[in-house]
Design a protein around this ligand. Structure first.
Ligand code: SAH
Length: 351
């Protein structure tokens, strides 16, 4: 059995209570205490007998993540948090209010090994994957700070979720379960750089999570330049897995497409993308590049982004463009952690 309280599903709590000789209703009290009362320590769960609290304290500690810093939330209310795990490793999570609802963007790994050219998370490689309990703790820590749970979860922070498949899916099931935080499966989105076996596995999982796929280029030559993962799984293999996901789950895939000036933002690229996606059940989300110091590409002009959007819409492809939000919040994946590491390295040198 997992050794962190936040890694357990209600059925695991039922099994725990049974094994320990506690009555079944205790499992419900525990889940309620964890997710409705948001206890931070077992001693707060005073409805339980002392001996039981002691057993929980000894066997199933509550994972905590310590806040290192947060970016000041600008006028849009987007706030990025840098959180520290017990071993000192740091991850980012972002609170994104919009139209009366809140989306929380969560991380799945410390860093990332996928090395997409424009992504700050991958600059320093992957240190380790997060545990299921740490992923759930990202939501718990922010919900305590903000006084509410988010309405939506997107796994679009640091890391590639399908490289950490088991922990991520367990955490999402915990966030989804009705007795706990109760975020609907259709309000939970996983984003992958295109790990084909992960997409295939998720199709078999029997859950209704939304899936986003980072496409970012309309042909293999360009995509392989931006994303090394494309050398392993080519676009046609990726799209076939996505089609199978849609066939198995009924969920329509969203393709993320980061626009980089003069690289993949020309109307000829839009035409190629249209050819790829026409006839598929697909949505496109355009993301104007968020500049990162480590990548030489530039953000296209607003007019070029709109022209690209327009071409897709005219071809009948359901397309949105991500509003540029959280600029003050170093909102591109991994930027805050990277900046902090660099500041600290710099600080050490000065000292
Ligand atoms: N590893 C997953 C999820 C994390 S990234 C994935 O690749 O999908 C979430 C999205 O932000 C991805 O589409 C990613 O490619 C994109 N992204 C990362 N850095 C970016 C940047 N500097 N500008 C614009 N989009 C970026």
């Amino acid at each position: 059995m997992a050794s962190d309280a936040y890694a357990l599903l209600p059925e695991d709590w039922a099994a725990f209570c049974k094994e320990a000789g506690f009555p079944a209703f205790r499992a419900k009290q525990i889940v309620q205490g964890l997710y409705k009362d948001r206890i931070q320590d077992w001693s707060e769960l005073t409805t339980l007998p002392g001996a039981m609290r002691e057993k929980l304290e000894a066997e199933l500690p509550l994972t905590t993540l310590k806040e290192v810093t947060r970016t000041p939330s600008g006028t849009d209310g987007v706030t990025k948090f840098l959180l520290e795990a017990q071993d000192g490793e740091r991850i980012e999570t972002v609170w994104i209010p919009a139209d009366g609802r809140v989306t929380q963007c969560i991380s799945s790994q410390v860093g990332c090994d996928m090395h997409c050219a424009f992504c700050a998370s991958g600059q320093l490689g992957c240190v380790r994957s997060l545990t299921a309990a740490e992923i759930v703790a990202e939501v718990m820590v922010l919900s305590r700070e903000m006084g509410q749970y988010p309405n939506n979860i997107v796994v679009m922070g640091m890391g590639e979720p399908f490289v950490n498949y088991d922990a991520v899916i367990r955490a999402l099931r915990i966030l989804n379960c009705q007795q706990g935080i109760n975020i609907g499966a259709r309000h939970i989105t996983l984003s992958t750089c295109g790990i084909v076996p992960g997409i295939e596995r998720l199709a078999e999982e029997g859950v209704q999570f939304e899936l986003s796929v980072s496409l970012h280029a309309p042909n293999d030559t360009l995509r392989s330049q931006l994303m090394p993962v494309n050398r392993r799984w080519k676009i046609n293999e990726l799209l076939a897995a996505c089609d199978a996901y849609t066939a198995a789950t009924g969920r329509i895939i969203t393709y993320e497409y980061t626009l980089v000036r003069n690289f993949n933002d020309r109307l000829s690229h839009a035409a190629e993308l249209i050819r790829l996606l026409r006839g598929r059940k697909a949505r496109v989300n355009l993301i104007p590049l968020s500049p990162v110091a480590e990548f030489k590409g530039e953000t296209p002009s607003h007019a070029d982004c709109l022209a690209f959007l327009d071409a897709l819409l005219k071809a009948g492809i359901h397309t949105t463009m991500r509003r540029s939000r959280g600029k003050q919040a170093d909102a591109a994946c991994g930027q805050l952690r990277l900046r902090k590491i660099k500041e600290e390295q710099h600080g050490n040198k000065v000292l």
